[in-house]
Design a protein around this ligand. Structure first.
Ligand SMILES: Cc1cc2nc3c(=O)[nH]c(=O)nc-3n(C[C@H](O)[C@H](O)[C@H](O)COP(=O)(O)OP(=O)(O)OC[C@H]3O[C@@H](n4cnc5c(N)ncnc54)[C@H](O)[C@@H]3O)c2cc1C
Length: 478
């Protein structure tokens, strides 16, 4: 299917002028399209992916974090403006632009109702490793179902989507985008729109761009979302003079199974074994405190940790005492009666791995299994071992032993374009483009320049999609 939501062919859709053209097919794009349509605009959505893989990173998501002032069917308790704001301020160096961050948090309160009116379904709160049942709402069926529901709404409203349509260039005359060059089925089309919304995600799918900052290490990164998020539109906007927002070389990354696909492994390849295990690099050395903090707070540090190790690979070992205390890895684990056996299955030096683990074991206090408490920071720490393990430090002494090889899994990049309160893309000279708006990951650096808070990517995409759609439509229809 090349186009959807219209009886016109893709060629016809790509040859007529539009009020608003939305670049992208993820959460921010669809929120923008529905919002622009609410204002009465004629809207066209251009999604680079095919139908099966439509929806960018958004299709891998599970939840959204919004202000709510009481418990309800989907959250176990209140999460007020003040609390969300405080949480946002404690991420990285805090909000990049306080005014835009404040607007995002305020607007978040009405977001879930707005989503539900447009087809989103939610599920009752979950208990589990992420402890998010009070603060975050989970999508029934995950992000893929959310987007399917949104696409269904677009179809009902007859908002056309052209798939496999890559916007390759934006042509500008001064501060106005006059033309989008779209490649569809190998043919280039020149498309006109009164207003354009860039909702094309980050540039994490572009290994060459990542290699600019990370050198050859980038070639060993796994990308958790689609290869399509290569920053083509971000680059086009920067080349046209857009101001940047967000840390240039920064990304969110977690530890993923080294066997996961290079792109699009999604949520299922993430590994949760680290706090209860021992992690070695491929020189068979420990390099970071595995028990630094409870997992939801620390899991995102491990993508970066592993990316800084030789060959960007690390090996987690644990024993039968903690097996079953965390989500099992999707592709199964390596297991053997000895540490050497597990190490050799994983392809790392058996004798040196066993020696490092013996050294670590010597630093674990007596009586550790009695003091071990997986539910809390238990202060069960090693002594005389560098680096220390400061919580959940038990000996690896109860076979069978288990292990898994890990790679950095890049979730998204931080750098995007600067916007104003109307989501208009700003230029380096402080003015804004006349008819170009942005929503989602491509502008999330305005809210957080680095660091991340679970569920807030979807909040940013929905809040700013709603703003961008409304403003772009009003701009186009004026
Ligand atoms: C595994 C995983 C789990 C996550 N879980 C959560 C979660 O539970 N909650 C949360 O809030 N966040 C989560 N995130 C982060 C979240 O996915 C992003 O913050 C959010 O999806 C960004 O939405 P977006 O619409 O801006 O970008 P995307 O959803 O990535 O959409 C970008 C779109 O642009 C299209 N595109 C790119 N270039 C072009 C072009 N040149 N022409 C046309 N189309 C183009 C792509 O095909 C894609 O459709 C997760 C991310 C990953 C990878």
């Amino acid at each position: 299917m090349a186009a959807h939501g219209s009886s016109a062919t893709a060629d016809e859709l790509l040859s007529s002028p539009w009020d608003v053209v939305v670049i992208g097919g993820g959460n921010a794009a669809l929120a923008s399209a529905m919002s622009a349509h609410d204002q009465g605009a004629r809207v066209l959505v251009l999604e680079r992916s095919d139908v099966t893989f439509r929806g960018g990173n958004s299709r891998h998501t599970r939840n959204i974090r919004c202000v709510h002032n009481s418990a309800d069917a989907y959250n176990t308790g209140a999460y007020t403006f003040d609390e969300l704001w405080k949480d946002l301020c404690s991420v990285g160096s805090g909000p990049s632009d306080e005014e835009l961050a404040d607007l995002t948090v305020r607007e978040s309160e009405s977001v879930t109702g707005w989503m539900a009116e447009r087809g989103a379904l939610f599920q009752p709160p979950l208990a589990g490793t992420l402890h998010l049942g009070r603060t975050n709402r989970f999508f029934l069926g995950g992000g893929k179902a959310l987007l399917n529901n949104y696409y269904r709404t677009l179809r009902k409203r007859q908002i056309p989507v052209v798939y496999e349509a890559t916007v390759e260039e934006l042509v500008f005359d001064g501060d106005r985008c006059t033309e989008l060059v779209v490649n569809h089925a190998g043919r280039r089309h020149s498309l006109r729109a009164a207003a354009v919304i860039a909702a094309a995600g980050g540039f994490e799918g572009n290994i060459e761009w990542l290699a600019k900052y990370w050198g050859d290490a980038a070639r060993n990164f796994h990308i958790r979302g689609p290869r399509h998020n290569d920053g083509l539109i971000l680059r086009a906007l920067l080349d046209a003079g857009a101001r940047t927002a967000g840390e240039e070389r920064g990304f969110h990354a977690v530890a993923v199974d080294a066997r996961s696909p290079k792109f699009d492994g999604g949520i299922a390849t993430r590994l949760d074994c680290i706090p209860f295990g021992v992690v070695l690099n491929n020189r068979q050395e420990r390099f970071y405190d595995e028990g630094q903090d409870i997992w939801p707070k620390r899991y995102a540090i491990w993508g970066r940790n592993i990316s800084q190790q030789p060959d960007q690979i690390a090996y987690c070992f644990w024993d039968s005492k903690v097996q079953g205390q965390f989500l099992p890895p999707m592709y199964g684990v390596y297991s053997a009666p000895t540490i050497e056996g597990v190490a050799s299955q994983m392809g790392t030096d058996p004798a040196r791995s066993a020696a490092t683990i013996a050294q670590y074991n010597a630093g674990v206090p007596e009586g550790a299994p009695q003091r071990f408490n997986p539910a809390h920071l238990d202060a069960l720490a090693t002594t005389g071992v560098t680096p220390p393990k400061t919580n959940w430090a038990q000996r690896l002494d109860s076979p069978p032993y288990y292990g898994i090889a890990m790679r950095p899994g890049i979730t998204f990049t931080y750098m995007g374009v600067g916007v104003d309160r109307q989501a208009r893309v700003q230029r380096e000279d402080g003015s804004a483009f006349a008819n170009v708006f942005a929503a989602g990951e491509i502008m999330s650096g305005n809210i957080l320049s680095s660091g991340y808070m679970a569920g807030f990517g979807m909040t940013i995409g929905t809040v700013w999609g709603r703003i961008a759609g409304k403003e772009a439509a009003q701009n186009a229809l004026r």
